[in-house]
Design a protein around this ligand. Sequence first.
Ligand SMILES: Nc1ncnc2c1ncn2[C@@H]1O[C@H](COP(=O)(O)OP(=O)(O)O)[C@@H](O)[C@H]1O
Ligand SMILES: [Mg+2]
Length: 209
Amino acid sequence: MVKGLFVTLEGGEGAGKSTLARSLQADLKAAGYEVIVTREPGGTPGAEEIRQLLVEGKTDRWSAMTEALLFYAARNDHVEKAIRPALDRGAIVISDRFADSTLAYQGAAGGISMDRLRQLHTLVLGEFQPDLTLLIDIPPELGIDRTQARLGLEIRFESKEMEFHRRLRACYHQLAELAPERIETLDGTASPDDVAMAAIMAVRRRLPE
Ligand SMILES: Nc1ncnc2c1ncn2[C@@H]1O[C@H](COP(=O)(O)OP(=O)(O)O)[C@@H](O)[C@H]1O
Ligand SMILES: [Mg+2]
């Protein structure tokens, strides 16, 4: 079976994930690939409904475990109905966030043990993992500063205290150290063009000639 490439974008709020998703899509499409850009939580109609529960409302609306279960309900729908079918067609799938976000947000920053979250992942998705994860690393103060310019209701996570965002970043660093063959760290303080260039090189290294 032909298999595509599953790329995920990770990092804190305002790191530049959505910006990078757009430039990767443009570059890879121009090179003739079928590219699907999607996001978490969300990516399918059912998962987008669950997204509303997660990104709106009070910061303390859910406990970390309830949140993790909602994320995995949404993620399972996303993988079943959008990601796997696209990969089976041979497409490049770029997801703005995926399972590492659960490890960072509900795990390191939210207090659930990594072990329990890994068990949850295996229970729901087995061995399914991204082929490549681009971690956009940025000091949380700068990332949050960047998000202040955007308007809307989806500020439940952005509104958490700075200590939460610092723990997130430390966790992402740790995940990158544990899985260097999958996770590539990009300097999020670089210009959008430079971030995109580094990302495109990392993706192309993983594409067949
Ligand atoms: N490398 C960059 N340098 C400066 N500003 C950036 C960069 N990447 C994104 N931005 C800007 O920062 C804000 C947040 O970017 P966004 O891509 O929405 O981040 P995320 O999706 O990671 O939260 C946007 O206004 C975007 O234009
Ligand atoms: Mg975004």
